[in-house]
Design a protein around this ligand. Structure first.
Ligand code: GAR
Length: 212
């Protein structure tokens, strides 16, 4: 962390509604939360979460794939835009694209993602739909560190959500998101305040801040 007395600088990446990001904005009203969103970046200009962030006075920007000649250029532009805000932590909160090598090399080990399933079950873009189709009776959400794979990074925290017989993808996702918002805010706050260690695939929260 850049300054152990200041709140951790959090850059949030979104693609959609931004309800997870909004939950972190709410949590940071508590001066003891330990993290502060310093920028919100989206790959989509129409992401509804951008307006929520702007209303909260947080700088926003868009780095859209369509504006770059190829994926590699976009990966570089995204990493540079994130770096401009000097993050201690990067949170993917409903960011629906893979993080490329430039971001991984600049912020590797400090990028946190949240996924609406109990990994390693049902990774990818349709975690809720896939759990329903797979007949899961319990699913949930996972907060993990990002690596080069698709939802394969070390797991930081998980919470379970029961699947109901009459669930649709929408009803189940809404119930997961209610739990997920709490899991993300609690986990990011703890990471910022207490630090973490990674041994193999095991992440432990609560290491003295600065040791991570
Ligand atoms: C969350 O459920 C998050 O886990 C999911 O998108 C939703 C974002 O909601 N992310 C993924 O599926 C990534 N694979 P929000 O835009 O309301 O925060």
């Amino acid at each position: 962390m850049t300054n152990p007395t200041a709140p951790a600088r959090l850059v949030v990446l979104i693609s959609g509604a931004g309800s997870t990001m909004r939950a972190v904005l709410d949590a940071q009203h508590d001066p003891g939360y330990g993290a502060r969103i310093v920028a919100v970046i989206s790959d989509r200009a129409d992401a509804a979460g951008l307006a929520i962030a702007a209303e909260a006075g947080v700088p926003t920007s868009v780095v859209a794939l369509a504006d770059y000649p190829d994926r590699a250029e976009w990966d570089r532009a995204l990493a540079e835009e994130v770096a401009r805000h000097r993050p201690d932590l990067v949170l993917l909160a409903g960011f629906m694209r893979l993080i490329g090598a430039p971001s991984l090399s600049m912020f590797g080990g400090r990028i946190v993602n949240t996924h609406p399933a109990l990994l390693p079950s049902y990774p990818g873009a349709h975690g809720v739909r896939d759990a329903l189709a797979g007949g899961a009776k319990v699913t949930g959400c996972t907060v993990m560190l990002v690596d080069a794979g698709v939802d394969t990074g070390p797991i930081i925290a998980q919470a379970a959500v029961e699947v109901w017989d009459d669930d649709t993808e929408t009803s189940l996702h809404e119930r997961i998101k209610t739990v997920e918002r709490g899991l993300v805010t609690t986990t990011v706050g703890r990471m910022a305040r207490e630090g973490w260690t990674v041994e193999g695939r095991r992440v432990t929260l609560g290491t003295t801040k600065g040791d991570a």
